[in-house]
Design a protein around this ligand. Structure first.
Ligand SMILES: Cc1ncc(COP(=O)(O)O)c(C=O)c1O
Length: 385
């Protein structure tokens, strides 16, 4: 049995007939760009998320860039991001001449918090990008409240948490990606809602921002050959929309399967000394884009930080079990971003600890009992011999 981090092939075989028919439809129609499949997906996603506007685009990174352009952020403006995230979150900030201000994250949820944000805010701060990392919402209520008080924009990076739900104290629940001025997501194939190539989308409840983002994504064009803004060319193509229409109907089922696999992992790993299973937040559901453990180094061990995690990864690899480290390097230690860092040489304590302890195990919608048992067996053998 060969194991993968994400088993897209088994998932495809379960929905093959529908996917093939939908793709064939697009080819027969020759409407490869725009057209009814993209329009249907936009509407279906708006309905699923309970958001007024979805603006499909070419990928999640573009979605973040278009959001920042639509909010009219200006060179030199500061944008607060977690130091523990995928690079795309900060990349577009640098690209637009904005300044990424990196902050530490919560040790359990791996997400930024209002307290951390408040610590690094300056008069130049214009926006916050909470990333709902690994499938669980950042604690949005205090973040939104802080942003409201200081007139800051909130752009949710929802690339890893589509389908997760956040609960407000007294105003019900909302899907992640629909709470800020913009939500941005990615349909990269391995995402919880992934297409068969690249894809992304912005979400917003603001009519004006939606119009602006739509215009920017289409060369800044308000009507054909009239360009009011400098824009980009960022489209979700019809074949990807056709695939996404099929998979969106099953997203809740896929996320439930991930949750069930996570529960099986959690039960199996409970009580293993030095291994911390993912911590669930009370006011967010978790869609387990990643199932991420923390491996503690042995006390008094005369080895480099992260040695035990790296040893586990190597051991699993030797036994044919894939595992990945998301993410091994804090943003402020990346060569392209270190010049933005004016904090202490030793970095941020939680981010540093996470980069040296996290390990993600295979997680997808098709985890069979046999697959889970094999992975669990490998992890237990490492710790318990
Ligand atoms: C947190 C986060 N933000 C942004 C992105 C960028 O998405 P894409 O690869 O579609 O550009 C990703 C996906 O890789 C991601 O995980």
């Amino acid at each position: 049995m060969s194991l993968q981090m994400v088993d897209l092939k088994t998932q495809y075989h379960h929905i093959k007939e529908e996917i093939d028919r939908e793709i064939q439809d697009v080819i027969e129609s020759c409407m490869f760009i725009g057209g009814p499949k993209v329009a249907a997906f936009r509407e279906n996603l708006e309905q699923y998320l309970g958001v007024k506007h979805v603006i499909p685009c070419a990928n999640g990174t573009d979605a973040l860039q278009i959001a920042m352009m639509a909010l009219d952020l200006q060179p030199g403006d500061e944008v607060i991001v977690p130091a523990f995230t995928y690079v795309a979150t900060a990349e577009v900030i640098g690209l637009l001449g904005l300044v990424p201000v990196m902050t530490d994250v919560h040790p359990h949820t791996f997400n930024i918090t209002a307290e951390q944000i408040e610590r690094v805010m300056t008069p130049k701060t214009k926006a916050i990008v909470p990333v709902h990392l690994f499938g669980q919402s950042a604690d949005m209520e205090p973040i939104l409240e802080l942003a409201r008080r200081h007139n800051l924009f909130v752009i949710e990076d929802n690339a890893q948490a589509i389908g997760a739900v956040y609960g407000f104290e007294d105003r019900g629940i909302q899907k992640t990606g629909t709470m800020g001025h913009f939500g941005c997501t990615s349909f990269f194939p391995s995402k919880n809602l992934g297409c068969y190539g690249d894809g992304g989308a912005l979400m917003t409840n603001d009519d004006e921002l939606a119009h602006k983002a739509r215009t920017i994504a289409n060369h800044g064009q308000s009507r054909q050959y009239y360009h009011d803004l400098i824009g980009v060319n960022s489209r979700l193509d019809a074949i990807q929309a056709a695939v996404l229409n099929v998979k969106l109907q099953r997203l809740d089922t896929y996320n439930a399967a991930r949750r069930q696999a996570a529960e099986t992992y959690n039960k199996a790993f409970a009580g293993i000394d030095g291994l911390i299973t993912p911590v669930r937040m009370p006011n967010s559901t978790h869609v387990y884009h990643q199932y991420t453990l923390q491996v503690r180094d042995l006390p008094g061990e005369a080895s480099l930080p992260g040695a035990r995690r790296d040893a586990l990864k190597a051991y699993l690899g030797e036994h044919g079990i894939p595992a990945m480290v998301y993410y091994p390097v804090p943003l402020y230690r990346q060569a392209a971003y270190s010049h933005y860092w004016s904090g202490p040489e030793e970095g941020l304590p939680v981010t540093e600890a996470l980069c040296n302890s996290v390990i993600s195990l295979p997680m997808h919608s098709e985890m069979s009992e046999a697959v889970l048992n094999r992975i669990i067996g490998g992890v237990k053998d490492f710790f318990e011999g």
